[in-house]
Design a protein around this ligand. Structure first.
Ligand SMILES: Cc1cc2nc3c(=O)[nH]c(=O)nc-3n(C[C@H](O)[C@H](O)[C@H](O)COP(=O)(O)OP(=O)(O)OC[C@H]3O[C@@H](n4cnc5c(N)ncnc54)[C@H](O)[C@@H]3O)c2cc1C
Length: 470
């Protein structure tokens, strides 16, 4: 441990919990795609909130910036250090205990380093469910999910991370532990401190614990794949299914032909599910509190009517819950097949739901005009107006060379989103990657208010500098 800072850090949490060697740090300084990478002064792995509080005080004394990190599955570079080699990554992976579960009140209190899948399993053992689900749930942590206000596939029914959080424990810039672990559904006692830290991407404090809402575990969960001719029919289908199934509709995912083909190409075990090519399909999920049979009856009735109304052209109804899960595996393999396919220009956007068809049409016109052979790989949580709109190199062209178009394509897509009243980040956050663009798409009033909050809560700017705000 060479520097006085590292020596003092070792006294606080032990040498074994500090990674200095770049080879040991790799997992913490590279993103999920294995692309973006920074370089850290050290990676600290404290064991509890008190140790984090001490590290924050020590870092403030030595003017060392801190990058909080959970599962490092974030997709906008928010949890990565810059390339100065001067920032301290604080990983919460050792702070991972379930503290308590209140079955009657349907709440759970957890450490921030608890991995989402472990939280799911624990709640299931108690006949309950934490209804935030996404492809990264095997690694993403509660602290990361709250700090990015993550969404996922069930937002349509249960809301995003913010909607599922009742209380927080946070380490402040002064190295104090704010205990806001209240499990109240109503609490109007002034400014909502909890909501300030949710979605702050580690720029205002470090979340060390949370009280989360649980819901009863449904008796059955049934999915089906429905093909249709256009996004406009998908919106009509959404409206129809919402009327019929109401709160039993728990997911409504749009998947384009290009996504299904890509998964088929790179993961042939998930072959193209329809017998002929379809422009788009919907992965729908119905949850039922009575029985599997009851879920099937509802699903069949909905599909029968949807066919009669000419909303859908084909439907694959699962013969078992295992087949139902397989549809989700296809969905989860879209990002994985994109990794296999090489770099592409990504957008995580949201729009008023009714404007999605118009957006898809207009964006396609722009891309076709400027880059006629580029591939559009679009999918997303349509029920929330959230699209992952990716533009990839033409088949056979080197993706790395195609990436030279990145800034231009981002501008075309984000300008269009902005004109149509949408957001340039639906669920992944701003991080380092979109901080420059935020300046263009937020008003000066919004930016000034955000800067005042940052200056008030982190006056010396030690928490995650150059993330969200430049
Ligand atoms: C395959 C795949 C699928 C995904 N699907 C979705 C999806 O459907 N919906 C969605 O919203 N996201 C999705 N994501 C993005 C990602 O999983 C989420 O953003 C997730 O919330 C990140 O959690 P994490 O623990 O990995 O956080 P990290 O990546 O470690 O960090 C993310 C941000 O939170 C900050 N942070 C982390 N922990 C703390 C803490 N304890 N206190 C303060 N700040 C902290 C970091 O500094 C960083 O800014 C996906 C990612 C992958 C790889």
């Amino acid at each position: 441990m060479q520097t006085p800072f590292l020596q003092e850090l070792a006294k606080l949490i032990g040498e074994n919990n500090i990674l200095i060697d770049p080879a040991d740090q790799k997992k913490y300084v590279c993103d999920w795609f294995g692309r973006a990478s920074g370089s850290a002064l050290a990676v600290a792995k404290p064991g509890n909130a008190e140790e984090i509080a001490s590290i924050v005080k020590l870092s403030a004394k030595h003017h060392i910036s801190i990058v909080p990190q959970g599962g490092n599955t974030g997709l906008v570079g928010g949890g990565l250090p810059d390339d100065s080699g001067q920032e301290l990554v604080i990983s919460l992976e050792r702070i991972n205990k379930i503290r308590s579960l209140d079955a009657l009140g349907k709440t759970i209190t957890v450490d921030a380093g608890v991995v989402l899948e472990n939280l799911h399993n624990y709640a299931h053992e108690h006949g309950l469910e934490f209804p935030l689900t996404m492809g990264s749930q095997g690694s993403a942590t509660v602290g990361g999910l709250l700090s990015t206000n993550a969404g996922g596939t069930a937002v349509l029914r249960y809301g995003n991370a913010r909607d599922l959080c009742l209380g927080l424990e946070v380490i402040t810039a002064e190295g104090e532990i704010w205990n806001g672990l209240r499990s109240l559904r109503k609490d109007n006692t002034g400014y909502d401190l909890r909501d300030i830290f949710i979605g702050a991407e580690g720029t205002l404090g470090i979340i060390t614990g949370a009280v989360l809402k649980l819901v009863p575990l449904p008796k059955a969960r049934l999915s089906a794949l429905l093909s249709l001719d256009s996004p406009s029919l998908a919106i009509q289908l959404l409206e129809f299914v919402q009327t019929k199934a109401n709160s039993q509709l728990t997911a409504f995912e749009l998947i384009s032909d290009t996504c299904l083909s890509l998964v088929d190409q790179y993961f042939p075990q998930f072959a193209y599910p329809f017998s002929t090519k379809v422009p788009y399909c919907i992965l729908i999920e119905i949850s039922d509190n009575e029985s599997e049979e009851h879920a099937y009856t509802l699903l069949n009735a909905i599909l029968e009517e949807a066919f009669e109304m000419n909303l859908i052209t084909d439907a694959i109804i699962p013969q078992s819950l295992a087949q139902s899960k397989r549809f989700w595996e296809i969905r989860e393999h879209i990002p994985l097949s994109q990794v296999e396919d090489g770099k592409n220009i990504k957008h995580d956007i949201s729009l008023p739901i009714s404007k999605i068809p118009e957006f898809i049409e207009e964006a396609k016109k722009i891309i076709n005009k400027e880059l006629p052979t580029a591939r559009i790989i679009d999918f997303g949580h349509l029920g929330d107006g959230n699209l992952h709109y990716n533009v990839a190199a033409p088949s056979g062209e080197n993706p790395d060379i195609f990436m030279k178009n990145k800034y231009l394509v981002n501008e075309w897509i984000h300008d269009l989103v902005n004109e149509m009243g949408g957001s340039i980040s639906a669920e992944h956050g701003i991080g380092a990657n979109k901080a420059q663009e935020l300046i263009k798409y937020k008003t000066s009033t919004e930016l000034n208010l955000m800067k005042k909050i940052k200056a008030g809560l982190d006056p010396h700017g030690i928490f995650n500098p150059k993330k969200i705000l430049l």
